[in-house]
Design a protein around this ligand. Structure first.
Ligand code: CA
Length: 223
């Protein structure tokens, strides 16, 4: 389970990082809103702990940005026990809040509850142009023709489809599909994409998988 902590007070950030890591979570810390936004866009988290008072891009703004695209549970931290703050946070789409100062036990209880609630029901199929992917049956067809993909090819296609129209870096693809960091060797990603293309794109005139030079790959029917 991966948790992102966005908190500008280094002491609190350290304390959360240490505590949650000891509780078995993988924790990343952003010390300001911009870094938080960057991390949210670059990788996937199961929960975001968001301080509201941040310099520059504040917690409310970041929460709005997150909610435009992601359903990741958000627990916000507020320094004031003010009703308006709580209402505002929940209206903007946060899932829960804690008023500072809070005990670690209290935080951990909230974290566990939010993670148990889990993400909303995921989509079961994707349709892009004449490509159909049924996630439950793991069935892929293009122009009515059944395509047989390996598990990794399927995982790669699923990732590209779930982020349709977005350029995905090789590092991001490696961490999602192989759950590993291939900082030194993203070649494996290129090879996998080539194999996937051979099945999904090569026999068809409309290409769906695109190389974005110097950046990565993108799936898009209308690039
Ligand atoms: Ca703060």
């Amino acid at each position: 389970m991966r948790i992102l902590v966005v908190e500008d007070e280094a002491k609190t950030a350290d304390y959360l990082h240490k505590g949650l890591s000891e509780s078995g979570y993988l924790v990343e810390v952003a010390l300001n809103g911009m870094d938080g936004q960057h991390l949210v866009q670059e990788s996937e988290f199961d929960l975001i702990i968001l301080d509201v008072m941040l310099p520059g891009l504040d917690g409310w703004q970041l929460l709005q940005i997150i909610r435009r695209k992601w359903q990741t549970p958000v627990l916000f931290l507020t320094a004031r026990d003010a009703v308006e703050d709580r209402v505002k946070g929940l209206e903007l789409g946060a899932d829960d809040y804690l008023v500072k100062p809070f005990s670690y036990a209290e935080l951990l209880a909230r974290v566990r509850t939010l993670l148990r609630r889990g993400p909303p029901r995921e989509v079961e199929q994707f349709v892009v142009a004449d490509l159909h992917v049924d996630l439950l049956k793991r069935k892929v067809t293009r122009a009515g023709e059944r395509l047989n993909l390996t598990n990794k090819e399927f995982a790669l296609l699923h990732l590209l489809l779930s982020r349709e129209g977005e350029v995905l870096s090789r590092t991001l693809i490696a961490s999602h599909v192989w759950q590993m960091n291939f900082d030194s060797d993203t070649n494996v990603v290129d090879v996998a994409v080539r194999r996937l293309r051979a099945k999904v794109d090569d026999p068809f005139s409309l290409k769906l998988i695109h190389t974005v030079r110097g950046m990565g790959y993108m799936l898009d029917a209308h690039p």
